[in-house]
Design a protein around this ligand. Sequence first.
Ligand SMILES: Nc1ncnc2c1ncn2[C@@H]1O[C@H](COP(=O)(O)OP(=O)(O)O)[C@@H](O)[C@H]1O
Ligand SMILES: [Mg+2]
Length: 237
Amino acid sequence: MTRADQEPAVRCRGLTKHYGSGNERVDALRGVDLDVRIGELLMLVGPSGCGKTTLISIITAILDQDEGTCEVLGRDIGRMTESERTRFRGGAVGFVFQAFNLLPALTAAENVSVPLLVSGVAREVAEKRARSVLEEVGLGARADALPRKLSGGQQQRVAIGRALVHDPKLVVCDEPTSNLDAKTGHEMMDILRGVARASGRTLIVVTHDNRIFSYADRIARMEDGRIVEVGRQGAPS
Ligand SMILES: Nc1ncnc2c1ncn2[C@@H]1O[C@H](COP(=O)(O)OP(=O)(O)O)[C@@H](O)[C@H]1O
Ligand SMILES: [Mg+2]
């Protein structure tokens, strides 16, 4: 292993971020320090409004920080140009959202292909890759179904497939199980954890769903714009 391999996947130091100004000003991040190790599944937990979505938006180059540094996969996010940021989001990062955000007129396989098509991959190649990813998340048999014909859990599998189709090194999930029943939530976490263990991918899962805490390698607790504790969570495995 080279030295670079042992660097954390994500290293944040002194990150601050505010929205608005004057009376409307909200200090969403007040100095965040966080390391996420390569290959781990880190859960980011904390009350609504504490800054979780803001933090992962900076880590994934969706938002700019005000102060502090954020290095992701060896790149200093704050120093990237706009086109580098766009390429970084489309290449290095995969996103899974609470609302699955699937395109209703496209089949499961077509939905999963979208990120590849956007980056210029030929349709047949993209479709083939999409089908193999759907196999990986246990949905191979439903590749040609429209989203409305799928259960919530199946739709979330499609969303996970879409997040993985371009083989990102970092996968970020914002409340991935909060619209799912307990059993489906556990299935989803099994898939996500499998994804993390394979191929040294790093996962950050934002959640306040304490039913799934046991899937974390470590849990980072956020309060009022800061990380207040990072701990191991005796995950049964
Ligand atoms: N676009 C925005 N404009 C103004 N305030 C925002 C915006 N996004 C988030 N906030 C505020 O920033 C704080 C942190 O929000 P957020 O990062 O979404 O927290 P969480 O994901 O933990 O619920 C909250 O007070 C929220 O209301
Ligand atoms: Mg949020």
